[in-house]
Design a protein around this ligand. Structure first.
Ligand code: ATP
Length: 360
């Protein structure tokens, strides 16, 4: 568990933020300039806030009132930066060894063989960073952070420098890290689909303040707190893989509702989390028939939130969880949509991209 309370002024900007990061990935999510990096720097000990208290597990890293200010190297943190920052003259094995060198003596630390296996680094150990792809470098950086026996991992936009294909390559490794390493991860991101896949907890920031914090599915289903507003709104559902069919579709079950998606890379029985973007969901009063879309989720309208422009976000509670649909206000009026009404949310199978599906 990480507890953070900070107050700090930087010119015209004031950070006044409090949040708690339970085990798993806690994503700091907010627009550019909302204070994400300032928070990460304060946790890292690279910025001394005007006032603050930061507690990681049972260790007080900072308590300005009590005069406690642990030096950065004594905070037991692993860093994963945007651009990897590996030593170019060292091999992958030596770069990993550098992480272990930083681990305090006697600290329980990850085993090299386990880390190599977790991150798929076996074939890369004797190469230098110049001979690695961006995604491979990032996997080495994750391994190096893990081997330093951290009590907390800080990842500041670790995927921002990678193209979509490399991001898709790395995301599963962060999922494994989240699910296997048992170390809390504080993760900075702008990307709604990255957040939907990785976050256990989301801390939404605006102008230096926390405007929402809580489980990812809950915070992300509130379009009012998303940095890009309705454009990025979407729901996160938990689903279990039931079967793979011969026509290339996989059948899943989300709270008992069948979902058909393009074949997913997970075995029957596996739990997945799936992001369904609000703009891919259409609404119907009656259960549609003669429609090509395969996924129909009956539910009740929980909220209708008009946007600044012509659109509105409709939140629907279904047995699979809360779904969001982005419709025009004109359609909402023409359909007579109202809170408490029964509706059917309709999702095309192909609307759900592979990057929006992650381990649950
Ligand atoms: N040394 C400084 N002096 C004055 N203002 C600063 C200073 N450093 C940062 N700021 C301001 O503090 C605010 C928060 O910056 P911060 O880097 O934490 O934002 P961020 O959410 O990480 O943004 P990004 O996503 O663009 O990295 C910004 O408005 C920035 O301009």
């Amino acid at each position: 568990m990480l507890d953070v309370a900070l107050r700090h002024s930087l010119g015209a900007f004031t950070l006044d933020a409090q949040f708690r990061a339970p085990p798993g990935v806690t994503v700091l999510f907010g627009r550019s300039g909302s204070g994400k990096t300032t928070i990460v720097n304060a946790v890292a000990g690279l910025l001394m806030p005007d006032q603050g208290r930061i507690v990681s597990g049972d260790r007080v890293l900072l308590d300005t009132a009590a005069g406690v200010r642990l030096k950065p190297h004594r905070r037991r943190l692993g860093y994963i930066f945007q651009e990897g920052r590996l030593f170019p003259h060292l091999t992958v094995r030596q770069n990993l060894g550098y992480g272990a060198w930083f681990a305090p003596k006697g600290a329980a630390r990850a085993d090299l063989a386990q880390v190599v296996d977790l991150l798929g680094l076996g074939a890369l150990l004797d190469r230098r960073p110049g001979a690695l792809s961006g995604g491979e470098k990032q996997r080495v950086a994750i391994g190096r952070a893990l081997l330093s026996a951290p009590q907390l991992i800080l990842a500041d936009e670790p995927l921002a420098a990678l193209d979509e294909a490399r991001k898709a390559e790395i995301l599963p490794y962060f999922e494994r890290l989240r699910d296997a390493a048992g170390v809390p991860i504080l993760y900075v991101s702008h990307s709604a689909s990255e957040v939907a896949r990785l976050a256990t907890t989301v801390v939404a920031l605006e102008a230096g303040r926390v405007i929402a914090q809580g489980p990812a599915a809950e915070v992300l289903s509130n379009p009012a707190v998303l940095p890009t507003g309705a454009r990025d709104a979407g729901a996160v559902l938990s689903a279990r893989v039931i079967a793979h069919h011969d026509d290339g579709l996989s059948e899943l079950s989300a709270g008992g509702i069948p979902l058909f998606l393009p074949r997913v890379a997970a075995n029957p029985g596996a739990s997945l989390r799936i992001r369904i973007a609000a703009h891919d969901v259409i609404l119907s009063h009656t259960r549609p028939e003669g429609l090509s879309a395969l996924n129909i989720l009956p539910g009740l309208i929980h909220e209708i939130r008009p946007g600044g422009g012509p659109g509105a976000i409709v939140a629907i509670d279904t047995a699979a969880g809360r779904i969001l649909s982005r419709v025009t206000r004109r359609s909402a009026t023409a359909m007579g949509l109202a809170v408490g009404q029964d509706v059917h949310a309709v999702v095309k199978a192909v609307a759900v991209a592979a990057t929006d599906i992650g381990a649950g």
